[in-house]
Structures are given as C-alpha cells and as structure tokens.
Design a protein around this ligand. Structure first.
Ligand code: BES
Ligand code: ZN
Length: 622
C-alpha cells in the first residue's frame, strides 16, 4: 500500500497522472461471462512518450491480476501498488504502476466484480424477450473506471479497439462501429478511431436486433421493442440534417440508437455512434423525442468538444440543451421549442430555491467546485437550464446570425479537444463580444449564484391556456365535463338556418405531453382527492407516458392520496430512470406512513435498479 495519492491537478475526480503520461490508445480483450456476472481479460494501454517512472490509473471494484509492460507477446511483469480507497469510495483507488522511462505499452490483466457499479447484469427473465441475459454499462461521470482500469478523466482523449467474447446467440455493441447481425461464434471486434474521453466508452450485450432508419442511422433493440422504436424515432435523419446545417458536419460517421433495458438510469446517454435511450422515451406518439435531439446534440457539445473536468459540466449540458431546442425548433416549430424551454425554466427555478437553502448554495454557479464530492452533485438543472439560458440570453443580445456563426466556429476550433469555462470565456470575448462591441455580464453568469436578472424569459402561448385550465380546476370547475353548445345549421332545401344544440367535451388528445404536464404542475394542493380521482378517470394521467405518470404520482403523493398506490408501486418497480423515481421516493419519505410503504417497495424494486439509481435512492432512506 502507498500513502494516499493526490487527485490530478486539472481534474479533482481522477488520480491519474495525465500531466506526465497519458493513454493514447486502449485495446481491450474481454470475455463476458453471464454465469458469474464478470468480465475478465486485459486492457492494453498505449502511452504517450514520457519520462515518467510511474503511470497512475483509476480503478474501482476490479481485481487486478497482473500488469505487464511491452508489446503483446513480448511482455514483462511490472510492479504495481494499489492506493488507499477514499473514505466514501467515490473515486475508487489509484493503481500505481512502476515503469521504466519511455515505456510505451502497459497491459493490465483484470477481472470485474459485483462492486463494478457501471455494469448492470440482467437475468433472462427480466428482459423484454425473456430468453437471454443482458448487460449494459453506464460510464458517465466516473464509472468507466469500475469496468476498465484507465485514466478516467474527461481531459484526456484516446482511441480504442476491443475484442469481446460473448455467449453465442447474443449481439455485442459498443460506442464504436457496430455489427448489424449476430456473430455465429460470439466474437466481436470494435474500433473507435476518433479520440474520445473515457466516460464515453460503453458496452451492451443481449438478444438485440437492428433496423435501419436510413443509410446513416438506425435503431437497435430487443425485438419486442424494435418496430415501435423505429416508428417513434423516424424523424432522426431529419434531426441530423438540421444539426449539421446549424453546426457543421456530423463527425462520427454513423449515428445509431439503442433502446436500453428499462432499468437504464437516464433518459439518454450520448455514447458516440450509439446513443443509449431509455425505453420510456418510446411513448407511442413521438412526445418525448426531444431526448433524442438532446443526445444527438452531444455529438457536437460534449463528444466533440468536451468539459475538461466535471466542474465544467455546464459546457457539455448547457450547450446541449441549447442545441436540442434549436433542433426541435427546426423540425417542429418555435412553439414546441418554447414550450420545452418554459417547462425547464420552471424546473430551474424550483432547483435554484432548493440549492439556495442547501448546504452547498454555491452549486447554483455554472462553474462548479466539486472537489471532494461526487460529480453527480453537479448534475442539476443549473448546468442544463441555466447553461442554456445563458446561451439564449447571449443569442438575444448578439442576434441569431452572429450566435450561430460563433457556436459553429467554437466547435470547429475546439473539436476533439477539452474545454474549461475560463478558456471558453476568452474565446467568447475574442470571437464574439469584443469584435461586436458588446458588453455582457459573463462573469455573473459563470461565477455567481442564482439566475442573473438579464436572463431572457421564454413563454409559450399554449402553456398559458393550460395554466388557465388548472386555475379553473383549482376553483372547483370540472374542465372535462360535457358542456352544451349551440351552432347554426342550414335547413335542407331552404335558405334558412336553425340553431342546434350539441354536447362538447375537452379532448385530451388536443394537447401534448408538455401541455398536460404544465396543467398538472399548476394544480393546487387544495383540490380534494376525490376530484383528483375524477380527473384521472377522464384523463388517465396515471396510465399515460412516464413523464405524465410521474407528474401525476408526485401530485398525488403530496396530497397523500393513497388510491394511486398500486399503480405507483408498479411504476416504481418497472422504471429505472432516476429523474422519475428519485423525486417520488423523496416525496414519499416526507410522510412517515408513506415512508414505511416506500421502503418496502424499494426493497422489492432495488435489485432491478442500476447502481446509479439505487445508490441515490438508498441515501434518501438513510
Ligand atoms: N449525459 C447525460 C446523462 C448523464 C449526465 C449521465 C451526467 C451521467 C452523468 C445525458 O445526455 C442527459 O443529459 N440525459 C438527460 C436527457 C434530458 C436532459 C433530455 C436525462 O437522462 O434526463
Ligand atoms: Zn445531456
């Protein structure tokens, strides 16, 4: 054991000494064993030229068998020590390898364990088709180190290749050029020839099929989901066209999407060449496809130009939300993109309130200071929405034309590089603000808490109507009741009209998911529960898509309306997306009776959650 090793200078979440020596190319050779839920094999690192006499990697949960130095076949064993685990085990451990100066090849032989949190192993009976087991990984922010020993910092980019040995009958996919058919022998080879940060290495293995959307993109899924997903994502080729038109060529060749297992903890994850999507996004009516636009947008912001550390997370996500809205506007019009934007503003305002009264009020700054903390703590709507509002406010100030030119130049200039707030600030001044003589309160946006006063406000007209409906409901009116109306109809054969009465009822289908979401959010907690039950009998929010189910359940939990319990229980067991289940558990825990019930449900459900969701929810019960 060594003494504790310091984290790297530019990245508080990695022990690696990337300032001295860096991986340039990673070559994986792994056997995927579903019986004992482990992977074992070797991670061969090809290093930069360096005079360093140690190379430090991040690990978390693996067993290291041996480390060798030299090209494959001509290897010599090397000494290594594993450093102390940090007290709350967020970062894992430094793996310190002694190397002769000028070492080029470091090969780490290892095996994963059940403590490797990136990996979710799923038994056959819990998959969509029920026949074969399934595996996927989630690397962001610092979980790639739990299944590959590597320098796990977004500030280093490298290329990779991988050979995977999987059971026959299964397809293996990675964030790389992917197969379209199963390999009869269960051996797959992957190449990612463009340099990427470690958090974007990803794997999925299962009974997966593929269907093309066009030449460049398509959908992977377990077969029961495939056709539905292809229909849901049919606009994807047009989204790619729109993004390229705005921000320059798509750099990654293919863009495919895989509909993940239902336990997937996020709505989507932008793994290059293969976005992972939560199955709840396949809602049946295209109502949640903005998540696809979002992950696609990361092909520029995040994957091409990457945050240097998780303190600069807003440079990934703020830009991505901004671009997501631009893509949505191109395809579906300004009203829908304004709707999304206004809804997110509401979420930001709520989050800013809770951050202001938390133990870390500084978390409402765009530039974060997450040293010593879990980078997950920075995953708030500050990075996403405050980040996007910064860019929208900037756009409103300089004009769309200049803004578009600037963002396009930014991606061109920093492509395949990493970026931090300070560098972005300099680039912004030099390329946009100084040449156009524009004063902008950039420092306030980046370094101060809260939302600056000059932030633009975006309003959607249709949402106003929904708030109006909510007000009517809050006053006790039944907006779904049939009402008698009159119209004039022509009398046959005569040149006269007569008044005719007819019954009219509000049609749920006249409004989209985001509009109903706004309606629910504006319902008052003073409405009595029988009225809520009546609304649901007509509107079926508790049986709608996951976004609406979530809003409905949250409101009903706050109202202590226990008639929803059986549906809520199913939802909590069947859904893995943290954005939904974590706030529901939190709301349940505010009431001691509901807390007992929630704990029972959690105990039943937790085996089916990915560690990302499971760990966050466990903390709620502590
Ligand atoms: N890259 C994120 C997901 C992520 C962030 C995982 C940080 C781990 C750490 C992804 O692009 C994302 O933002 N997903 C959102 C989509 C939404 C904003 C449209 C999600 O999952 O909710
Ligand atoms: Zn994102």
């Amino acid at each position: 054991m060594t003494e504790s090793i310091n984290v790297s200078v530019q990245d508080p979440h990695s022990y690696s000494n990337i300032n001295e020596i860096r991986t340039k190319h990673l070559s994986l050779d792994l056997e995927i064993n579903f019986e004992n839920k482990t992977m074992y094999g070797v991670a061969r690192h090809q290093m930069s030229d360096s005079k360093a006499n140690t190379a430090i990697f991040d690990i978390n949960g693996q067993v290291i068998q041996k480390i060798t130095i030299g090209k494959k076949g001509a290897e010599k064993e090397a000494d290594f020590v594993i450093g102390k685990i940090d007290s709350d085990s967020i970062l894992g451990q430094p793996l310190v390898v002694s190397i002769p100066r000028g070492t080029k090849y470091i090969n780490i032989y290892y095996q994963t364990t059940d403590r490797c949190d990136a990996l979710e192993w799923i038994e056959a009976e819990n998959t969509a088709s029920g026949k074969y087991p399934y595996l996927y990984s989630q690397g962001q922010a610092i979980l790639t180190r739990t299944w590959i020993p590597l320098q796990d910092s977004p500030s280093n980019r490298f290329t990779y290749d991988a050979t995977l040995h999987v059971p026959k009958g299964l397809m293996a996919l990675m964030s790389a050029e992917n197969p379209k058919y199963k390999s009869p022998k269960g051996i797959y080879h992957f190449e990612m020839n463009l340099p990427i940060p470690s958090y974007l290495i990803a794997i999925t293995v299962g009974d997966i099929s593929y269907k093309a959307l066009d030449k460049q993109c398509g959908v992977y899924a377990e077969s029961p989901m495939l056709n539905r997903a292809v229909k849901e994502f049919q606009d994807l080729p047009r989204m790619i066209d729109a993004a390229e038109m705005l921000y320059g060529p798509y750099a990654w060749g293919r863009y495919d999407v895989i509909v993940q297992h239902k336990s997937f903890p996020f709505g989507g994850m932008e793994n290059p060449m293969l976005t992972f999507i939560n199955p709840s996004i396949v809602a049946g009516d295209g109502s949640l496809v903005s998540v696809i636009a979002h992950e696609l947008a990361h092909s520029w912001s995040g994957n091409l130009v990457t945050n240097e550390s998780w303190n600069d997370f807003w440079l990934n996500e703020g830009f991505t939300v901004y671009i997501e809205h631009r893509i949505m506007e191109e395809l579906y019009g300004k009203e829908l993109s304004n709707t999304l934007c206004e809804i997110e503003h509401y979420e930001l305002v709520q989050e800013l309130k809770s951050i202001a009264s938390s133990s870390h009020p500084e978390d409402s700054r765009l530039y974060l200071s997450l040293k010593g903390r879990n980078p997950d703590d920075g995953m708030t709507s500050v990075a996403y929405v405050k980040g996007a509002y910064f860019l929208k406010t900037l756009e409103a100030t300089v004009g769309r034309k200049k803004m578009d030119g600037f963002v396009k130049d930014y991606f061109q200039y920093y492509k395949f590089k990493t970026i931090r707030t300070e560098i972005f600030h300099t680039f912004l001044n030099k390329k946009l603000l100084y040449p156009n003589n524009i004063e902008f309160n950039t420092d306030e946006w980046f370094y101060l808490e809260g939302l600056p006063l000059n932030s633009i406000a975006i309003k959607s007209k249709r949402l106003e109507l929904m708030r109006d409906y909510a007000d009517q409901t809050n006053r006790g009116d039944d907006i779904f009741a049939q009402v008698e109306r009159y119209r004039w109809v022509k009398i046959k054969g005569k040149n006269k009209k007569r008044k005719e009465s007819y019954m009219e009822q509000l049609d749920i289908k006249n409004f989209n998911t985001q509009e109903w979401q706004t309606y629910i959010r504006n319902l008052s907690l003073r409405i009595d529960t029988t009225h809520l039950d009546q609304i649901d009998q007509y509107a079926h929010f508790s049986e709608a898509n996951d976004e609406l189910k979530f809003e409905w359940f949250l409101l009903n939990i706050k109202k202590e309306n226990r008639s929803i319990r059986s549906k809520l229980r199913v939802f909590l067991i069947e859904t893995g997306r943290r954005k939904y289940i974590l706030p529901l558990y939190r709301a349940l825990c505010l009431n001691s009776k509901d807390k007992v019930w929630a704990k029972q449900v959690f105990n039943e459900a937790k085996g089916g959650y990915h560690s990302v969701s499971r760990n966050s929810i466990s903390a709620v019960f502590d």
